[in-house]
Design a protein around this ligand. Structure first.
Ligand code: ZN
Length: 332
């Protein structure tokens, strides 16, 4: 019973990580039976997943290296992959809060007696600090380790990530990207084989985005700057948009709940250089004219006078960014 309970905890972790990334989940079969069978989807994409997952445990006696973690495969004779599905073989490193992902294509066929798959602690530790890491094992297998905030990225780029073992030079670029995404330029990325270039670009973008998001959420204590709500409904929004060369500095970001993020993007509300919240009479008026101003009074009434500010002065919205953003968005 105890081990089955642990399986639920692992499923819960997975679902939470996927939901936290803004994706929805559906069970495709009985959630009590392992492997788990899920559909994940957002507005534009969906994946059917068959997920094998175990806890990672340390070492395997004197015959194995000391820095090795492993999943001990139980209750499965053979991994399955059906058409139009992705098969995930995962381990969970409880101590570091990191998943390990193994390549289905290297583990087809009937499994032997007391089967296990290994990953080096180095890869897990790296993923814990950097978000995602890929490391070569024997047989060109790439074991990937990643934090829960990278799970959708891992799923989307699954086959490609595990194929980096086929090229040492491609793998070197990927490793550099995961170590410091800003140290790798576009020329280096175009040196990567065509079929793996998108993955390197995606991973670089995701590392940057996640770093921005986690800094903003930490600075604002995961609260909306306009209404203080938390409830995991918070986005990290750019003040000067990326399209206008807005940077990923914390001082160019603000934490907004889903509602106020939309309202901010639609120019219903903003804040000025004194951090006062202002709303657009003109844009509310336009909605009134077409009879779509329901809730406007409550919405305006619930706004704080000034935005919540991060305690660290350097993290607060930079006045120049606020000024420029309001200019280009037509507030004046
Ligand atoms: Zn809000």
């Amino acid at each position: 019973m105890a081990s089955r309970h642990r399986k639920y905890d692992l499923l819960d972790l997975l679902l939470q990580a996927i939901n936290d990334d803004g994706w929805s989940t559906l069970y495709l079969s009985d959630p009590k039976s392992h492997p788990f069978h899920l559909k994940i989807y957002n507005e534009s994409e969906s994946y059917n997943l068959r997920i094998y997952i175990w806890n990672l445990t340390h070492g395997g006696g004197r015959a194995r290296p000391a820095d090795e973690y492993r999943v001990q495969i139980t209750g499965v004779n053979q991994f399955e992959q059906l058409e139009n599905e992705k098969t995930l073989i995962l381990g969970w490193w409880r101590e570091g809060g990191v998943f390990a992902g193994f390549d289905y294509n290297k583990h087809t066929g009937i499994l032997g007696r007391s089967p296990s798959i290994q990953i080096r602690e180095e890869a897990l530790r790296k993923a814990n600090t950097l978000g995602i890491s890929a490391i070569t094992k024997e047989n060109e297998e790439i074991a990937t380790a990643f934090r829960p905030d990278f799970i959708v990225e891992y799923i989307q780029n699954l086959e490609s990530l595990h194929s980096f073992g086929e090229s040492a030079s491609d793998l070197a670029v990927l490793e550099e990207v995961t170590t410091d995404p800003n140290a790798v330029n576009d020329a280096q990325i175009s040196s990567v084989s065509q079929e793996r270039q998108t993955t390197v670009t995606n991973v670089r973008k995701k590392i940057r985005d996640n770093s921005f998001k986690s800094r903003i959420l930490t600075s604002y204590n995961s609260r909306c700057a306009f209404c203080s709500v938390q409830l995991k409904l918070i986005d990290a929004a750019h003040i000067v948009p990326v399209q206008h060369n807005g940077t990923d500095e914390t001082s160019n970001g603000i934490a907004l709940c889903a509602l106020h993020h939309r309202a901010f993007d639609r120019n219903l509300i903003t804040f000025n250089e004194e951090y006062q919240i202002i709303y657009s009479e003109k844009n509310f008026g336009k909605l009134r004219k077409i009879g779509l101003d329901g809730g406007a009074d409550e919405f305006i009434g619930d706004l704080r006078a000034v935005i919540n500010l991060p305690p660290a002065i350097d993290d607060r919205p930079h006045v120049e960014y606020v000024k420029f953003a309001n200019e280009i968005r037509g507030w004046n």
